[in-house]
Design a protein around this ligand. Sequence first.
Ligand SMILES: [Zn+2]
Ligand SMILES: [Zn+2]
Length: 310
Amino acid sequence: MDRKPPLCTLCRSRPSIYHRRYSGERLCARCFAKTLRERVERTIARFKMFEYDSRIAVAVSGGKDSLNLLHLLHEIEEKFPKAELIAISIDEGIEGYRDEALRFASEACRRLGVEHHITSFKELYGFTLDEIAERNIGEVTTCTYCGVLRRRALNTAAREVGADRLATAHNLDDMAQTALLNLLRGDLRRMRLMHPAGFSLEGFVRRVKPYCEIPERESTLLAYIRGIGFQTKPCPYAEEAMRSDIRRFLNYMEARRPGTKFIVYRTALRIIESLGAVEETVGGVCKLCGEPTTGEICRVCQLLGELEKR
Ligand SMILES: [Zn+2]
Ligand SMILES: [Zn+2]
């Protein structure tokens, strides 16, 4: 028997292509894409992420999330003629991986007419990530090196292009995973730092996460529907074991109880908000590089120092 898909819950005219289990909706491609864009707009408004004249640096890795976010912000920005969008990418120096992703990023920026800045680990730190991996025989994983160095590189790049906001494309899955990770580690300081609205600290460009309520699955579907080419290869250094366990657990729970990821994310927000505003005082500047830090020597310089010893 030939069964037609049910009609879209929203427009009631086109056939549905997606069943959104956590809401019960069945959506056609057009309505699906529209709901995601509206959700990003609502997130931006709710957390007052941008000013009407913000200069927004978007971190674009070349994966689906950041390319979708770039496209969505580019569309949303049209309503705000005084706002500006600049894409920034970090080239960690991972042969056969990042070079491919950067091509997707550059291609998207060229098509949209968005300025694109690329900053490399090599020029900032003197090492590519491949070189770091070769020298790294300590307890710190290469993945951790990358996380710390990329965080700094994004801030440096955003400052260099004169941005007052740094938008990153963390999705709902990332947020729910980070929330559980911090809970399991008992790390409330980090829990506060994950807030999607970010916070102002001297020396740091305010980080915002407008994509934080988009489930990973829907992000993939959106990229396919819109014909956005993105990198699918996983990073060769990805090795955060605990996060992988949590990812599997959350996917399992989401399949059994749709909406689990939203509940984890929203509960984390309530915990963070009940803790009060972030009042991190950075204190001083690093003796070696002059960047803000709580100690005498920042984490970046500590890690780079370990490499010099080899
Ligand atoms: Zn529809
Ligand atoms: Zn330093």
